[in-house]
Every structure is written in C-alpha cells, then in structure tokens.
Write a protein that binds this ligand. Structure first.
Ligand code: GRF
Length: 202
C-alpha cells in the first residue's frame, strides 16, 4: 500500500513509520511512504523525509487566493502520488470538502488526547489544565469535523503531578508513535470497513 504522510513540525511520528518500515521491510509491513507533504517549509519533518530519500511537497495557505483553493491544491499534490492511505502525523491544518471528497475514508489522523475529550490544536495543554488524571492519544479517520471522525485505536497515558505540557506531550508521543505504526500497518495489511462510528479491521 502507498502512504502519503502530512506533517507540520518535528515529524517524530513520521520517523517512527520510516524506522518501522526500514526494520520490517515494505512487504512485511504492508506499506511504503511514497511522499511527505507539509503546510510550511523548513521543518524537521521534511528534513526527515529528505534524509530517507522520500519526495516532499509543501502547500502553504498563503500561496493561495482562498482557503478552498489551498484545500484543492493540497488534494492535487497528495493525489499526484496515488496514495492508498493518507496519514496526518502532526499536520496542523483542517482540510476542506475537496480533500475529504477525494480522501475521506482513507485519511487517518493521530491526536494527543483521548477523543472526544480535548479536541483541537492544544489537546495536551487542555487535558493538563483540566486536571485530567489520565489522557493519551487517539488514531482516527478524519471526517468533516475537528478530531471527530471514527476512532480506530486509543492509548492511555497517566498524568503526573509534576507534568508540564512538554513533559506530558513527550510521554504521550512515546505511546502515540507505537500506536500509529501498529494501526497504519494493520489498516494497510488487513483492509478495513467503516460502519458508522465503528472501524472494523479485517
Ligand atoms: C503529535 O503528538 C500529534 O498528535 C500532534 O502533534 C504532535 C506531532 O508530533 N498533533 P511530531 O511532529 O510527529 O513529532
């Protein structure tokens, strides 16, 4: 299966996928990363792809007249690599109807909180501020909401009294990277069905 991964930052989730595929081999893992896309230049996530010899593209909102034009351009850029599955690994933009028309049902996101709790761009900070005793991460299909699509898998992480946002986020990311690698591999190898809010992996 062909994966396109979208990033906006350090790309450690992308790196976890790259390392797993390198270690187990494309055949055994069931997927290969054919391109990495971003919404901005100069991020470590793109450097990780370049070091792995993987084609990259950047699609910036400010390069387009309207948000919808950006959304359509992003869909085109992703489509050019004919992906079977698109993975948002720390991609910090909300896609629109054109992107979802083309990739809905095969567009997966990872979020650093236990959805439906704490959706949005500050899930770790919000869980900490709320005083949650456990939080975690969620891998889900992207729908037309923000972090509201059908949940595929979740991992639980305890919150410690001494945690600040970055310490807690680092601990969440350790679980998140393993969860994403495991879920993407299973989706690619086994195939899946989405039945309402349920995801059935064969
Ligand atoms: C991940 O925790 C992701 O869930 C969140 O931002 C982080 C990205 O980390 N949206 P990285 O870029 O994969 O290191």
């Amino acid at each position: 299966k062909r994966l396109v991964v979208l990033v906006s930052g350090s790309g450690t989730n992308l790196q976890a996928l790259l390392d797993e595929i390198a270690a187990t081999g494309t055949e055994a893992y069931g997927a290969e990363i054919v391109a990495v896309g971003a919404d901005r230049e100069g991020i470590e996530g793109l450097a990780r792809a370049e070091r792995a010899g993987i084609p990259t593209f950047v699609c910036k909102v400010k390069d387009h007249e309207t948000r919808d034009a950006w959304d359509a351009a992003l869909a085109e850029a992703v489509d050019a690599h004919a992906p079977d599955l698109v993975v948002s690994a720390g991609f910090m933009k909300i896609v629109g109807k054109e992107f979802l028309a083309r990739f809905g049902g095969r567009f997966v996101n990872t979020h650093p909180a236990l959805l439906p709790s704490f959706p949005g761009a500050h899930g770790v900070r919000d869980a900490l501020a709320y005083g949650a005793r456990v939080t975690g991460c969620t891998v889900h299909f992207v729908d037309d909401g923000v972090d509201t699509g059908p949940i595929i898998a979740q991992g639980v992480v305890e919150v410690r009294d001494e945690d600040d946002e970055s310490a807690l986020h680092e601990r969440i990311k350790e679980v998140e990277r393993r969860l994403l690698v495991e879920v993407v591999g299973r989706l690619a190898r086994n195939g899946y069905r989405i039945e309402g809010r349920k995801v059935v992996i064969q």
